[in-house]
Design a protein around this ligand. Sequence first.
Ligand code: 9UX
Length: 72
Amino acid sequence: AEDKALFSVTGMTCSACAGSVEKAVKRLPGIREAVVDVLNKRAQVMFFPNYVNVETIRETIEDVGFQATLIN
Ligand code: 9UX
């Protein structure tokens, strides 16, 4: 089954920032889709929990250089 996680991501100031977050998340195993909205400071990720978990996704966003918090 597929899970969804919504993160608040702070520090993104342009669409290239959002693109680099999407690219990094999509490189992880088990990611179905990642959509980053720079204006609303949100990242929505659909993933397969057998392969990847919320904390790994959150840390991946932080490794790109932005603060990420799970909303739901
Ligand atoms: Mo460009 Mo967006 O260096 O923070 S990717 S501003």
